[in-house]
Design a protein around this ligand. Structure first.
Ligand code: 8X3
Length: 251
């Protein structure tokens, strides 16, 4: 029987790519807000692995804990938690920021990650085994202008990863973080609220990462021998040297 992995934000982008990438080795609990997308991913993976759909918003603490607490018996034994759900909302100077955008980023990127982790980790502690991979960002080590609250939310993911690794050390649970740079997904479309021109511009003039590039790194982390824990991995497109230095004359 394959071990069970739970992936949040699996209805698109990096989360969806991770689910596809690891389906050969894991049964999957795919979570996200958009049920129709999760259903079609589940159908697509039908021949490869068993899936269970969790259709909820990670911001909704009672929905999160209800879902995890009422998992069918055969899905209780979660070995891997991929905390992928997260977004950027808006990109403004700090004095012009939209409060709703701030709330959304703090609620999804920080509190959502905490809610899922709080519900799943006790199950891992019971069996003294598990691997948590948090999706941070280069934005969580390297602040950039107008990134402010998004940066702060990803710095929080970095701190929580380190804190989790300490607190779970004696329980035999691995905790890792992967910090992507510019990945061409719906990320910028969401950040710029559907402004496709702005979203496209983010990825112009160079070869950005694709969701699969990150999914392959996650699969690598998961496939290390039991005694190896990759704590942290920064993954950038060749054209990106830092959050602010991007060679847009690459192609
Ligand atoms: C996504 C990378 O540089 O757009 O977290 O913040 S960046």
């Amino acid at each position: 029987m394959k071990p069970i992995a739970l992936v949040t934000g699996a209805s698109s982008g990096i989360g969806e790519a991770i689910a596809r990438q690891i389906a050969d080795h894991y049964q999957l609990i795919i979570c996200g807000r958009r049920k129709a997308r999760l259903l079609s991913l589940s159908k697509e993976l039908h021949n490869e692995t068993q899936t269970l759909i969790g259709s909820f918003d990670v911001r909704d603490q009672s929905a999160v804990s209800n879902f995890i607490d009422s998992l069918p018996d055969k899905w209780q034994n979660i070995s891997v938690l991929i905390n992928n759900a997260g977004n950027a909302h808006g990109m403004n100077y700090i004095h012009e920021g939209d409060i709703q955008d701030w709330d959304a980023m703090i609620d999804i990127n920080i509190k959502g990650l905490l809610y899922i982790s709080r519900a799943v980790i006790p199950k891992m502690i019971k069996k003294k085994h598990g691997h948590i991979i948090n999706l941070g960002s280069i934005a969580g080590t390297d602040v950039y202008p107008k990134g402010n609250v998004y940066n702060a939310s990803k710095f929080a993911v970095d701190a929580l990863t380190k804190g989790m690794r300490m607190d779970l050390n004696k329980h035999g649970i691995k905790v890792s973080e992967i910090k992507p740079g510019l990945v061409e997904t719906e990320f910028s479309k969401v950040r710029f609220k559907g402004n496709l021109k702005k979203a496209k511009k983010t990825y112009l003039g160079y070869n950005p990462l694709q969701a699969k590039d990150i999914a392959e790194c996650v699969a690598f982390m998961l496939s290390r021998p039991q005694h190896v824990n990759i704590g942290d991995m920064i993954v950038l497109p060749l054209a990106q040297a830092s959050s602010t230095l991007i060679n847009r004359q690459q192609k």
